[in-house]
Design a protein around this ligand. Structure first.
Ligand code: MCA
Ligand code: AMP
Length: 481
């Protein structure tokens, strides 16, 4: 496989490939800009990309893939500890950034290459094998720092083509989204997806219901978002008839990264006549299931396995569940060409993630309807929190909180939140009960160390954490308050 993006060579040259606000690139311009950059990065192993929501990020990632090397997208809001970990773990040879972007000191020692989106190189994709790494995307686990999921070119190609089949997604589609570009949802589905189809993407820079309405009214055909975004749209609908009208024009409204509450689904359907369809994926597996464009958009379900993806439910002891009865709950395991290769530098974690016969353990719990529709009902690990569609490990935040001088002990849980799905709650035993740390202090501390979306939204002060006889914190007792 030499290119993931045939349209760069033989697509309609004047079609807009990417648009971010006022700035856009046609396929011919994108081919020229990436062509120039390919020459700079080819043979450089792994490169970091300062993944702001901007044209430069898309050009940088496409150039890395056309050069046959791997890109490591960095969250520009990563705090010092998180960024330090990602850099030392992935050891990139250089960082690609937009001219003028100010980079933190942690990147000082790294060669910097500015991305010139107006460069005029000759486009020529380098040879690369299907199994070569394309992206290393960092994702949180229950404890410890995030792990780098190594995604091969084969997985990207497979997942995007499977979605094209499920969604009847073509080069005529114009996608609108406002997702961040350092995770699979916004980057792989939201940028690489349209480019692989030879279609267009309009990125909002920052999500807003108004931006969505403007673009859908102006010819965009598809919207991708996390449930928090659809919740905000549902909230805005009663006040804004033009939003309902614009959504009604969309060919496909797609939600993913977390469960879309049925209430929001129904509010949007009632106001717009359009049903949001859900797809289910994971950084490590890319996309596993989806409602199909020609299928029934059944609220509360994530549809059926995508072409090429094997999906099974298993009991606690690993025994496969054969029932399709809408009630027998098991862990989802998946197998197929959509899967990652490994966690970078973590053979132990990689081995643990797979069964002996190659099934990936997702940790998601589900039931299957008689016709195969999958309903996700929960998660195995209570120490994983999904907030705003971001996966956040409780252990990671607890470790950061313990580094704050005013904190003696800390435990972190997620509690239901109408907007975010779950919000992060910190249970803290203060070092000095007379001067407990405030929620702002701890939120700033976590935002600076890890990332703003990992900050606790609520802080409870306790005299002691509830522990069992073994000394283990009993989180269920905490959540019951
Ligand atoms: C607030 N901010 C702070 C602090 N407090 N900054 C520093 N220190 C603080 N103490 C800043 C934030 O950085 C943000 O800035 C702004 O204030 C608002 O913050 P927040 O309330 O957290 O954000 P929000 O606007 O409410 O965000 C909601 C959101 C966001 C837009 C829905 O959660 C989001 O983009 N979610 C998408 C997550 C995603 O893509 N997940 C995919 C991974 P600023 O506004 O400037 O940023 S899952 C995946 O990829 C799998 C494969 C899948 O299935 O999809
Ligand atoms: P991440 O590790 O950030 O890639 O998040 C992957 C996780 O997001 C999955 O394991 C699921 O728990 C969750 N997820 C993704 N899509 C959906 C969906 N449509 N419904 C429910 N949960 C989802």
């Amino acid at each position: 496989m030499s290119t993931l993006f045939p349209a760069l060579a033989d697509g309609p040259p004047d079609r807009i490939a990417l648009r971010f606000g006022e700035r856009s690139l046609t396929y011919a311009e994108l081919a020229a800009a990436t062509g120039a950059l390919v020459d700079r990065v080819a043979g450089r192993g792994r490169v970091a990309v300062w993944a702001t929501p901007a044209l430069e990020t898309a050009v940088a990632v496409v150039a890395a893939l056309e050069a046959g090397i791997a890109a490591v997208p960095l969250n520009p809001k990563s705090g010092e500890k998180e960024l330090g970990h990602i850099l030392s773990d992935s050891a990139p040879s250089l960082v690609l950034a937009a001219p003028g972007d100010e980079l933190p000191a942690a990147l000082d020692d790294l060669e910097r290459v500015d991305v010139d989106v107006r460069a005029t190189g000759t486009h020529l994709a380098r040879q690369a094998a299907d199994e070569d790494p394309a992206l290393v995307v960092y994702t949180s686990g229950t404890t410890g720092p995030p792990k780098g999921a190594v995604l091969p070119r084969r997985a990207l190609a497979h997942t995007l083509d499977a979605l094209a089949d499920a969604w009847q997604w073509t080069g005529d589609d114009v996608l609108v989204h406002g997702l961040p570009l350092f995770h699979v949802h916004g980057l792989v589905l939201g940028i690489l997806g349209p480019l692989r189809r030879g279609g267009s993407v309009r990125h909002l820079g920052r999500f807003s219901p108004e931006g969505v309405a403007r673009e859908l009214d102006g010819g965009a055909t598809m919207l991708f978002g996390v449930p928090t975004m659809y919740h905000r749209i549902a909230q805005a609908l009663p006040e804004d008839p033009s939003l309902a009208q614009a959504l009604g024009k969309a060919r496909l409204l797609v939600s993913g990264s977390a469960a879309l509450p049925v209430h929001d689904h129904e509010r949007i359907a009632a106001a717009t006549g359009r049903r949001v369809i859900e797809r289910y994926g994971m950084t490590e597996t890319l996309m596993n299931t989806s409602i199909r464009a020609d299928g029934e958009a059944r609220p509360g379900t994530v549809g059926v396995p995508l072409p090429g993806v094997e999906l099974r439910l298993v009991e606690e002891d690993g025994e496969p569940i054969t029932a399709y009865d809408g009630e027998t709950v098991g862990e989802i395991q998946v197998r197929g060409p959509n899967l990652f290769t490994e966690y970078l530098n973590r053979p132990d974690a990689t081995a643990e993630a797979f069964t002996a016969d190659g099934w990936f353990r997702t940790g998601d719990m589900a039931v299957r309807d008689p016709d195969g529709y999958v309903r996700i009902v929960g998660r195995k690990a209570t120490d994983l929190i999904k907030s705003g569609g971001y996966k956040i490990g409780a252990g990671e935040i607890e470790n950061a909180l313990l580094e704050h001088p005013a904190v003696r002990e800390a435990a972190v849980t997620g509690e239901p939140d109408a907007d975010l799905g779950e919000r992060i709650v910190a249970w803290v035993v203060p070092a000095d009960p007379a001067a407990p740390p405030t929620v702002e202090e701890l939120a700033d501390h976590v935002a600076r160390r890890l990332a703003p979306h990992k900050r606790p939204r609520v802080v409870h002060h306790l005299d002691a954490l509830p522990r069992n006889d073994m000394g283990k914190i009993m989180k269920r007792a905490l959540s019951r308050g």
